[in-house]
Design a protein around this ligand. Structure first.
Ligand SMILES: Nc1ncnc2c1ncn2[C@@H]1O[C@H](COP(=O)(O)OP(=O)(O)OP(=O)(O)O)[C@@H](O)[C@H]1O
Length: 272
């Protein structure tokens, strides 16, 4: 179970300094430095939502919407500027490390150690989660089956294809049987077979009562897979609900149209 309340993350970005010209006149020799200035902005802006057991919640939004930043905070990688996160009854403001045992977090830029085989990698991660040896071997067997990794489980990771590497990255998140999955674009750039095995996995885990939160750019995939959808734009949630609710509310036929109609209007469906 995931509960997020009023979550924000501020970053600093470099923007054009509108007053640069005036400053340049005064201090002409160091003009370059004065063309830009630093500015704080909210990559995630007061976001609240929840996801229950047995639910797949999809996060959709264009590039730069704040999806990865949001997921990195939930994965315990980034510290929020404000707001609360509760995952599987662990309150992050009190102790985000205990919660990690219950989470399988797949980041968008996971780097795996190329000289290891998937089996060696999974053994290492099982050890990090303080699992017993027998428990690790049993889990590797299960995970290998679930992610269809039999053919390459003992090959070097540096020799695997993109899809095989992504399945290995996901397997790494499953080894300790977490209750909650947080996946950043798990099917990005994969062929239909590799993405189908990941989608089937998410469905299977949902049916086993797990919570799956994942981000994607593939609207059609989200429409058929997700129980609930969150649409983000410029750090804010601009709409949320079941795919059917969203289509009804915007009088559109698919999520792509929902998003385009909302982004064009610059409006939200969930303003309180
Ligand atoms: N460490 C950082 N420092 C400064 N700005 C950052 C940092 N990380 C992300 N940003 C900015 O925050 C905003 C949201 O980025 P984020 O990666 O969360 O978006 P996203 O929705 O995941 O995008 P994409 O679909 O392209 O992956 C962007 O403007 C990005 O440039």
């Amino acid at each position: 179970m995931i509960e997020v309340e009023g979550l924000s993350k501020a970053f600093t970005r470099t923007v054009k300094d509108e007053n640069a010209k005036k400053k340049k006149l005064k201090i002409s020799k160091i003009s370059k430095k004065f063309k830009t200035k630093k500015e704080e902005f909210l990559a995630v802006d007061n976001v609240s939502f929840s996801a229950d057991k047995g639910e797949i919640l999809g996060i959709l939004g264009p590039n730069g919407a704040g999806k990865t930043t949001l997921l990195r905070m939930l994965g315990g990688i980034l510290t929020p500027t404000s707001g609360n996160i509760k995952i599987s009854n662990y309150d992050y403001s009190i102790d985000k490390n205990s919660g990690k045992r219950d989470i399988g977090y797949l980041s968008g830029n996971t780097k795996l150690y190329g000289r290891f085989s998937p089996r060696e990698l999974l053994r290492t991660f099982g050890g990090l989660y303080e699992m017993e040896k027998d428990e690790i071997e049993k889990s590797i067997e299960e995970v290998t089956k679930v992610m269809s990794m039999e053919k390459f489980i003992d090959n070097r990771i540096e020799n695997l294809s993109t899809g095989q590497t992504q399945r290995t990255s996901i397997a790494r998140c499953l080894i300790h049987s977490p209750k909650v999955y947080i996946f950043d674009e798990p099917t990005l750039g994969l062929d239909v077979i590799s993405s189908a095995s990941i989608i089937d996995f998410m469905k299977m885990e949902r049916d086993r009562g797990k919570t799956v939160l994942y981000s994607t750019h593939y609207m059609e995939e989200a429409e058929t897979l997700c129980d609930k959808i969150i649409m983000m734009h410029q750090g804010k949630i601009i709409a949320s609900g079941t795919p059917d609710d969203l289509k009804k509310q915007t009088k559109t036929d698919n999520l792509r149209e929902v998003f385009i109609s909302l982004a064009k209007e610059g409006g939200t469906l969930n303003e309180e």
